[in-house]
Design a protein around this ligand. Structure first.
Ligand code: PGA
Length: 253
């Protein structure tokens, strides 16, 4: 049985003080709750708030994630943050290849691959995001797009490492739009991704990898999605910014 993983991607939201407040409220809400131990809970604040949030969630069931990382340890890479630095701040998970950096900031499959290898080499867990645009879905090339993204990201990743990774299937047309993939649409792509992992690494790795759904997931639609056999959690944007809505999804999981 794969343990479900619910991750909040706070994106470019909240000051350090606001992030600290949300983290404090979440810690209080899940304290002593058996459901909080049954699911992996992750919060991914801005880089600026990582250190503060790290201190607040320490000793709670909540784990820390970052929204990106560079593949070098240090040096002349203005604006970037290394995996070493994230590790020192107590980060466990790193979101890579999210559609926003892919579409807005020129993130490439090749870079996602370098970052995936680096995150794994440092013992952290990548959350590798893949997903098709609306035009690609309407052009019936969803599987081709997702397959290209997965194969590129996992180039050179060993089976042993691949088994530890998390994939987030996020149809671009569902992110922040209020339009969610139906339970069946999500399951079909998740099953396809698991089949692809099986081709690449064999069935035991494919069965171990957790595949999250992302794109307008909220408390109201989470349980239908999370009931699908290949949906192992969620990567949540908007609904992770408030305690009640995030908690609703955790409870559904
Ligand atoms: P959303 O974002 O839940 O606001 O659609 C999901 C994501 O981009 O990770």
């Amino acid at each position: 049985m794969r343990k479900k993983i619910i991750a909040g991607n706070w994106k470019m939201n909240k000051t350090v003080a606001e992030s600290a407040q949300l983290a404090t409220d979440l810690v209080a809400a899940v304290k002593g709750q058996p459901y909080a131990e049954a699911v992996d809970i992750v919060v991914c604040p801005t880089f600026l708030a990582l250190d503060r949030v790290s201190g607040i969630i320490k000793g709670s069931p909540i784990k820390l994630g970052a929204q990106d990382a560079h593949w070098e340890n240090q040096g002349a890479f203005t604006g970037k943050i290394s995996v070493d630095m994230l590790k020192a701040a107590g980060v466990t998970y790193v979101i890579l290849g999210h559609s926003e950096p892919r579409t807005l900031f020129g993130e490439t499959d090749a870079n996602v691959n370098k970052k995936t290898l680096k995150v794994l080499a440092e013992g952290l867990i990548p959350i590798v995001c893949v997903g098709e645009t609306l035009a690609e879905r309407e052009g019936n090339i969803t599987e081709k797009v997702v397959s290209t993204q997965v194969k590129a990201a996992y180039q050179g990743v060993s089976a042993q490492d691949a088994a530890k990774t998390v994939i987030a299937y996020e149809p671009v047309w569902a992110i922040g739009t209020g339009r969610t993939a139906s339970d069946e649409q999500a399951q079909a792509v998740h099953k396809f991704i698991r089949g692809l992992l099986s081709e690449l690494y064999g069935s035991s790795v494919a069965e171990a990898v957790r595949i999250q759904y992302g794109g307008s997931m909220k408390a109201e639609n989470a349980s239908g999605l999370l009931k699908q056999p290949d949906v192992d959690g969620g990567l949540i944007g908007g609904a992770s910014l408030k305690v009640d809505s995030f908690l609703g999804i955790i409870k559904a999981a």
